[in-house]
Design a protein around this ligand. Structure first.
Ligand code: ADP
Ligand code: GLC
Length: 502
């Protein structure tokens, strides 16, 4: 590490490959590396979930932090480890009563939020804020603390109360998840009473941890320029649009990148065959065959030739899965398209998908669950990728699709609008088209976009042109990492005074 490198403390609730439930995990698994490559000195802090502790080999105890929990003082051990997948030290907040339990970071086996989530992430944030002030005398004092989503929203709030502190940056990955808890939780956790205000964390009679990040962080970012504008409007703001509008001076939209080592069709370790923009076939076709073979004993020539539309994601309304469910029967009747879907989420959607797959065993292939290798195979083996999200802060899957020559079909929103260029006369002519975009939020418009995609699919030369445009685009992190680095530097760490009243 260069002397004088900027010290950045990254605080998050997931990071690939240690723990991942969605795109946040991907981003925290790759952005810090890009910053490290750009010369920053990074520490990453994660909660000590059981599944994460299991993956740690050698740990050093940095110290103990005693902080307030819901029923008195909670003692958290802070561990340091050098994980082979990380280019910098990982700090783990090991607090067994809150994190050492089986399963998902946020929800229990029955799919409901852990009942003590308010305490879990308030304690995690308190410890992170102490680490940001080097209370354990580790000798590493960050200049910037970069926190992510509601789980870490209170870090900036705790730090804002300190006379001397690092600069705080808060990134919104999804405004729909706000970490909303009751007034009772606020009292039990003995959060500072001056936060209880509409200018603080109070929100509709309860409190929002995400709002803490928006109000108290020195800079707020979100993961695409279009989403940064959208969240300042009532349609996308989840009641925080007014606040965000008033904080526009400190709000920045910085597009996510993708990890081009993990997601690279030329080297992807999950794929049976590799391919590149200059030589898409036969590699891509072999992946399609392997994907079909996973669901069919012997895929015939017709299945291999027919367009295969894929989807991977959380089965929730955000992702437009209801539009997909409405569109599929129409397309099954009027085209020869096949569908492959991987996801988990709301039970009703899981059941509807499973039922459709049972009704059309030769044409609808569904896997309910979480399966990283299959996600890669779908990106590589499908011809088109459906991502009709009603809103999408950034979206990574459409970028993986573009990179894998799998043309995305998306609604014009958030990061989808910023990365996918609709194939129309003008964009086909100037060779900027890389997918299909619809801009009316309904099934008819989605179907229309799919039909347009199916038309182009029948023109192989044109199709290949679109694939190559997407595959040749650069979705790496370096440009976005530069934006973050200049944001970190744009104002020096505040000391001596808290933020102006929010
Ligand atoms: P979001 O974070 O809103 O879920 P993104 O597109 O940003 O959406 O990122 C989703 C990430 O999670 C991608 O890496 C995607 O491949 C992965 N993913 C989502 N659902 C599954 C699943 N069921 N199995 C494997 N990977 C999944
Ligand atoms: C969130 C968003 C998604 C984004 C991801 C990473 O989960 O829903 O759009 O890509 O975070 O920033």
């Amino acid at each position: 590490m260069k002397r004088g490198a900027k010290k950045i403390l990254f605080v998050a609730s997931e990071a690939y490959p240690l723990v991942k439930t969605g795109g946040l995990g991907d981003v925290i698994g790759s952005l810090p590396h890009a910053l490290h490559a750009g010369g920053a000195d990074i520490r990453l802090v994660l909660p000590g979930y059981r599944s994460l502790l299991r993956q740690l080999d050698q740990v050093k105890i940095l110290g103990w932090c005693d902080v307030r929990g819901a029923e008195g003082i909670v003692s958290a051990r802070v561990l340091e480890t050098h994980h082979p997948d990380l280019a910098f030290p990982l700090w783990v907040v090991d607090c067994p009563t809150l994190f050492d339990r089986p399963g998902n970071p946020y929800v229990s086996a029955n799919g409901h939020d852990w009942p003590d989530n308010a305490e879990r992430f308030a304690v995690f944030s308190r410890v992170a804020a102490l680490l940001a002030q080097d209370v354990l005398d580790i000798g590493w004092q960050p200049e910037v603390v970069h926190t992510h989503d509601w789980q870490t929203g209170l870090v900036a709030a705790f730090l804002a109360d300190q006379p001397v502190r690092p600069k705080t940056v808060f990134t919104i990955h999804n405004l729909a998840y706000s970490g909303y808890f009751s007034h009772g939780d606020f009292v039990r956790l003995q959060l500072p009473s001056h936060w209880w205000s509409s200018e603080g964390v109070e929100f509709h009679g309860g409190f929002s941890m995400l709002k803490g990040g928006v109000v108290y962080a020195d800079a707020v970012t979100t993961v695409s320029p279009t989403y940064a504008a959208e969240i300042c409007t009532p349609a996308f703001g989840y009641g925080l649009d007014g606040l965000l509008l008033s904080r526009q001076h400190k709000l920045h939209g910085i597009l996510n990148g993708i990890d081009t080592v993990v997601w690279n069709p030329a080297t992807d370790e999950y794929l049976p065959a590799h391919f590149s923009p200059g030589r898409i076939q036969p590699g891509k076709r072999r992946n399609k065959q392997a994907l079909l073979e996973r669901f069919l004993p012997q895929p015939d020539e017709a299945a291999l030739k027919a367009p295969l539309l894929g989807m991977v994601g959380r089965l929730v309304e955000q992702k437009g899965i209801d539009w997909v469910l409405a569109a599929m029967p129409v397309l099954l009747a009027e085209t020869d398209a096949r569908f492959v879907l991987l996801g988990s989420g709301q039970i009703a959607y899981e059941q509807k998908l499973t039922r459709l797959a049972r009704q059309h065993p030769d044409r609808v292939f569904v896997e309910i669950g979480y399966d990283e290798p299959l996600a890669h195979l779908i990106e590589a083996g499908a011809d088109m990728f459906m991502m009709p999200s009603r809103f999408e802060p950034c979206g990574l899957n459409q970028m993986y699709s573009l990179h894998y020559g799998t043309l995305p079909i998306v609604f014009k929103t958030g990061g989808l609008a910023d990365t996918v260029v609709d194939a129309n006369k003008a964009t086909l002519k100037d060779a900027t088209a890389n997918g299909f975009v619809f801009d009316t939020p309904d099934v008819a418009a989605f179907l229309d976009a799919i039909r347009r995609a199916l038309d182009v699919y029948r023109k192989p030369a044109q199709w290949r042109g679109l694939q190559q445009t997407g595959m040749r685009q650069s979705f790496g992190w370096s440009e976005s990492a530069d934006h973050y680095l200049s944001l970190y530097s744009s104002s020096s760490s505040r000391s001596g005074h808290a933020l102006e009243p929010a």
